[in-house]
Design a protein around this ligand. Sequence first.
Ligand SMILES: [Ca+2]
Ligand SMILES: [Ca+2]
Ligand SMILES: [Ca+2]
Length: 353
Amino acid sequence: MRYGRFNLLMPRSLACLLLAGTASSHTPALAGDVLIADGTAHHLARFSADGDSIGTFATGALAGRNALAYGPDRRLYVLDSANNAVLRYNAITGEYLGEFVTPGSGGLSDPRGMVFAPDGKLYITGQAASAKVARFDAQTGAFESVFALAPPFPRDIAIGPDGNIYVICEICQDVIRFNITTGASMGRFVDVAPDGCQKPYAMEFGPDGHLYITSSGTEDAIRRYNGNTGAFINVFADHPLMDDPFDLKFSPDGSTLYVSCQTSKNVVAFDGSTGAFLSEFASPGEAGLGQTWGLAVMPCFSDHDGSGFVDLDDFIAYVHDFEEGTDNADFDQSGFVDLDDFIAFVHAFENGC
Ligand SMILES: [Ca+2]
Ligand SMILES: [Ca+2]
Ligand SMILES: [Ca+2]
């Protein structure tokens, strides 16, 4: 998918008129901004897609290792492995919106991975008495049930192209698949041991539909596996600046793959198509950066109809929702729909994302 610029679709004079009233004390997050969970300062550091530090995006009662995800309501969710909770933030302003999953709810213990699924549920991996995957209501954060017993040391969790649930087992170095309807194990999807993947922690199904997995230890690489069969394809990316990759996320257009690293305490950027090294996106200690944990990349919210690209259809769809005053027209996530939302949408649309 690619996002383009659509400046011609709105007269510049109208856009300028609308934007003239947008002066504010904060700079709203833009599509492609990278958020890095800092495990030393316990905040979310914000960088532009160009790699420039834009200071602290969000604070709150963050501790432990953090996994980040955007919810179906477009808010930003942060999993906290020390407080055994999920916190919610305004994804545009970084305003803290409180606990979404309360500490220890559903027996959460040392949770490391979460994913919002199309079935309206939030799935979280954790340890507890026996390692497990717990299921929560994605609207309210309320605990619903134990979805499945997971392998020991479950880490990242993802939804596959087949709609089922995938869980990384760090200690057994496998990816296990679970039927999303029944919770029954479907066995190993990736058996990484034979080809040497080491201590996998995070995974993403990429723009090409294949599965990208962090491999740490001495390998320090990103491995790619067939998204349908689990077969090993290749070592997609590696570089000496990457030591113990911890999390990975693609940019909204898929052009860049960001990797945070636990031991080198940095974030490294690779070409999202070829795996070629691009840059040390955030170097150790840059802008006060400490321990680098989870990553998030701000989505393209001006893709209002979710088609994967931004075009006039999005403008028409947004104007319709704005006139109706529906929740998804609350572009600045203030909790209500007003002219500020229209201005913010136009600004994002004008910028192509
Ligand atoms: Ca290493
Ligand atoms: Ca669209
Ligand atoms: Ca609003």
